[in-house]
Design a protein around this ligand. Sequence first.
Ligand code: F6R
Length: 241
Amino acid sequence: METKTYPDYETLSAAVAQIMCDNIRQKPTAVICLASGHTPLLPCRLFVQKANDEHLHISEATFLGLDEWVGVPPENEGSCHYFLYNTVFNPLGLQAGQIHVFNGMAEDLSIECETMDDVIENNGGIDLMIVGIGMNGHIGFNEPGVPFNHLSHVIELDKTTIEVGQKYFPAATTLTKGITIGLQHLMNANKVLLIANGEKKAAIIQQTIESEVSNQIPATIMQTHKNGIIMIDAAASSLLS
Ligand code: F6R
């Protein structure tokens, strides 16, 4: 694992967008898995701008949504679906077959998980994952205590995730479970960028990089990834020793 620090969120975001474009340029059939949330917003916008400006050949790439809130419909502004379609998929003009996201409203969520696992396998694995980090150290909805060897699964959300998650929704929303790509997929991915910005992430970033690897802080798994990069701005790096 490597840690890279950037002066601010803008330069961090530009570096992430550059890596995404380079990845697709080198491998047009790349499989890219994206988190939603506040951290990936600017990286995703800059990626779309760059891909469009540079006429990046994107029609063979596959895009995966990292996770979804169970019971939240896609048209809800707080859903991961809404974020990814509005920020990335629609502005890039992707075809439906290039996109695979979880349906948090599905009657049978185990089928959602199996389908995602099959898509990943049938496309030869994930080339690039862009993930954020929760205030409790989660990645996707891999909450504290999650086994590191899980593939896609449904999980009870941690108290912190439920509280912090309200920030995405226009009105108070009942959040109980999440559906997520598991940490085994992250370990199998060719490259993982864990991105974080701002002072509020400094303490969890310090624990992620400097504590022992433990599923109580799921993001510590990054320490063991062969091609994992923690990309942070100066504020998020401020507590590193
Ligand atoms: C969202 C996701 C979450 C977020 C994390 C950080 O798809 O996977 O793990 O990445 O909670 O969220 P922000 O970026 O809003 O601080």
